[in-house]
Design a protein around this ligand. Structure first.
Ligand code: P71
Length: 458
């Protein structure tokens, strides 16, 4: 079926409230047109992120009640450890309170000023953790990833020729690990094929370099392999997941995505000596190795969530819901990254507002207008997030694309909510010529998009 209905019924509900356009206009003014500074209560549909925003199941909530809160040796930890081992096949399982701590632990031990760490595309927090330790993070995704409208099944793949070149140039001594982000969040939530993972693993094995997966959205990636890659049509997703992990030596994971929980993560790996060192550091910064910054009940909810995320009825619905929204927009002539990603729809804001220059933040204009008129929150992934102002000339250094991400929380919104979002965007698109550009009135020296203030250019 093309658009399966939600494979769940709703047992608990949380009211959402529609504010008035006047209220939202006032709130935007107070927030300096920055949606990170808007109270979530005034948002009707929140598509800021799919991270930590999932609805947990009745079984997960039941697990929360039976979690074992023992400081050491908690029963919930052993269940969590067994689940992660069953899914990934990795020997050592180290719980963390979210994904970036797993990255911090890993790169604290293996990254330094001599190291170069390639990936298809590093996520922001991964890149930041590598660069914090003075390492170099390289994005080697296939060139097709930079062509938004090109419809290909695996635009998250790493370019094997680029990787070969990097291995030839730096070698094993300077490359402590190669990463693959599945799915590739920074590149539009696009999946990596099994063939690509297999080939990368082969290349790296020959060079003696370990492969780590940034596995936040491994289940969505496995589903795309099942539905798009030849030979996997009738292989169960659990088996596909197991196979893709089998080509790697370890993974970092934010369970806030395909763990279907509101907090949690882990690092899993085969290298016993590295695991020992990481565990010692874990005790210093997170907690004892059988809870790692989480409560026993969180470990219980993650164990259940990781399995539910691999349920094929759920994955079919999940990816179809995202595609459904992308298709409605495409039909209306609105440019989005094709094909739809696993967790989000990415709008091309320069195409949406062709009369605005990239210096006028077309993505942020779209984000503010979507909130002002329809109470929908999205996030800009473009000139505001990645652009930089040259401190000497005042000139802006701009990224290749101005995107707006509509990230869909898991099991939270219905198809009717998706229709509402599409209708809102169509309305904005009709009136697009009226939109005015923005300029920055305050920016912090780093990660400016979180706290920047912007004003309308009149
Ligand atoms: C997303 C997030 C959450 C986020 C994080 C930082 C700034 C803005 C939004 C988090 C990821 C991710 C990948 C591929 C690691 C993390 C960090 N994504 N890898 O997309 O997508 O995980 O948040 O649990 O620390 O909105 P963490």
């Amino acid at each position: 079926m093309q658009f399966p209905a939600e494979p769940f019924k709703i047992k608990v509900v949380e009211s959402i409230r529609m504010t008035t356009i006047e209220e939202r206009t006032e709130l935007l003014k107070e927030a300096g047109n920055n949606l990170f500074s808007i109270p979530a209560e005034t948002i009707f549909i929140d598509l800021l992120t799919d991270s930590g925003t999932s609805a947990m199941s009745d079984r997960q909530w039941a697990g929360m009640m039976t979690g074992d809160e023992a400081y050491a040796g908690s029963r919930s930890f052993f269940k969590f450890e067994k689940t992660v081992r069953d899914i990934t096949g990795f020997k050592h399982v180290i719980p963390t309170h979210q994904g970036r701590v797993a990255e911090n632990l890993l790169f604290s031990l293996i990254a330094n000023e001599n190291t170069v760490i390639p990936s298809n595309s590093h996520f922001d927090t991964t890149r930041a953790n590598i660069e914090f330790h003075k390492g170099t993070a390289l994005d080697l995704v296939v060139d097709e990833a930079y062509q938004p409208e090109l419809e290909l099944p695996f635009k998250g793949n790493i370019d094997l020729n680029k990787l070969k070149k990097v291995i030839g140039e730096y070698g094993k001594n300077r490359i402590p690990v190669c990463m693959l982000t599945i799915t590739n969040n920074s590149g539009g939530g696009q999946p990596v094929s099994m063939e690509n993972i297999r080939e990368v693993s082969k290349l790296l094995k020959e060079a003696g370099i370990p492969l780590f997966l940034d596995a936040c959205r491994f289940a969505e990636n496995a589903w795309f392999i099942k539905t798009r890659e030849k030979g996997y049509e009738s292989v169960p997703v659990t088996q596909i997941a197991r196979e893709l992990f089998s080509y790697a030596d370890g993974c970092t994971m934010s369970a806030k995505k395909d763990g279907l929980v509101n907090i949690g993560g882990f690092l899993a790996l085969n290298d016993t000596e590295l695991a020992r060192q990481i565990t010692n550091y874990l005790i210093l910064i997170e907690g004892f190795p059988t809870y790692g910054g989480l409560a026993g009940r969180d470990l219980e909810a993650i164990s259940i969530g990781l399995m539910e995320a691999q349920d094929e009825n759920y994955l079919s619905y999940r990816t179809s819901q995202v595609r459904y929204l992308a298709d409605l927009l495409t039909e209306a002539g609105i440019s989005v990254i094709r094909p739809a990603g696993g967790h989000a729809v990415y709008l091309d804001a320069r195409k949406f507002y062709p009369h605005l220059k990239p210096e006028q933040f077309p993505g942020q204009v779209l984000v503010t207008e979507l909130y002002r008129h329809f109470g929908i929150r999205s996030v800009e992934v473009g000139s505001l997030m990645f652009g930089k102002t040259n401190p000497e000339t005042g000139e802006m250094i701009l990224p290749r694309l101005d995107l707006v991400r509509l990230a869909i929380p898991r099991r939270v919104y219905t198809t009717m909510h998706m229709n509402y979002v599409a209708e809102g965007l169509k309305e904005l698109f009709k009136n697009r010529a009226k939109a005015k550009g923005l300029r920055i009135s305050y920016e912090a020296p780093v990660l400016r998009h979180f706290t920047a203030r912007l004003e309308e250019i009149v």
